[in-house]
Design a protein around this ligand. Sequence first.
Ligand code: TTP
Ligand code: MG
Length: 365
Amino acid sequence: MTGALRKIIHVDMDAFYASVEQRDDPHLRGQPLAVAWGGKRSVVLTASYEARPYGVRSAMPLYRALERCPGLRVVEPRFDAYREVSRQIRAVFHTYTALVEPLSLDEAYLDVSDPRTGGPSATRIAQAIKAQIRAHTGLNATAGVSVNKFLAKLASGMNKPDGLTVILPAQVHDLLAALPVEDFHGIGPATAAKLAGMGIRTGADLRATPERTLHARFGVLGSHFWRIAHGIDDRPVEPDRPHKSVGTEETYADDLTTVHAVQSRLPTLASGVERRLERAGLAARTVVLKLRYDDRSVVTRRVTLPAPVNGAGDLERAAASLLTPELLAGRTVRLAGITAMGLTPAGTPTTQPRLFTVPSDTNAD
Ligand code: TTP
Ligand code: MG
């Protein structure tokens, strides 16, 4: 490897939804717990560490989880609570670096090669982050520290819960040689089966395979496998994952048959979009109104604004400008949605747009 080594931390909250539920309800503490929606087809979103020895896992049908663990407690998810914790942990991350790449509500990569504070040791920073997450949220996180994203994530997976694992460059060779290919992040069961068919079962096998062979079979992903088997991963920590669009939609049990009825839903839809834009720190140049009718046909109309907007009022006005009587003529609306596109980082508060470009129609089935 050339140049200075980077310092990357991967942070992942432990049994995230379940830990939040146990924190907020003392009766659930120490209990095998699954978080799942009610209903027959329900699947486990996550399980507390007390439930895991029974074999209860994320994405397992709930009935199977209950077969495996008859004493399993089950609660429904509370996404507002999880989002709040997510906001708190991101604030902790940002005290150390602007280079934070969230992967989900409970997981992020941080590049602390040049931290704002906390000194040069990435391990110390990871310890401090775990302690601050604990202090601010009452929850445990697991961290992995290494020289790239792949190795940092591998490290955090090695010792859960409440773990802190460091993979030093000198350890990489032996560690990866022994690793089964399915434990490489990005190699799923289907790819692992194909690799097995080529006689490739471990990191050592991957490494012994010419890159061009892997590329011929799996394309650019194949090259990526070869590189990570050598511990090489130059992917940067990308703080602003480009979102293409942000939207909210609602389905109605009682069909909407008038412009007025649809209009009355726009404030709620616009608020939903505003919340999402705010969370992502984005503003939108293009606003799309989508309607689905009782015959399942869909109409979208869009308007591009002279300046990006992110406030619910502006989003609602833009959507309302697209809602014309002929959209409702003799038809009933089952679903309405507002989508924001043409996203840019939100700057100073945006003002109400005054000039609309000519709206264009798109009709689709
Ligand atoms: P994970 O970090 O994969 O799992 P976890 O935090 O529950 O447990 P671990 O200690 O192993 O990290 O996922 C974070 C949250 O995302 C999890 O609490 C629930 C949700 N989730 C789903 O909704 N469906 C899924 O299939 C998975 C894997 C997670
Ligand atoms: Mg987690």
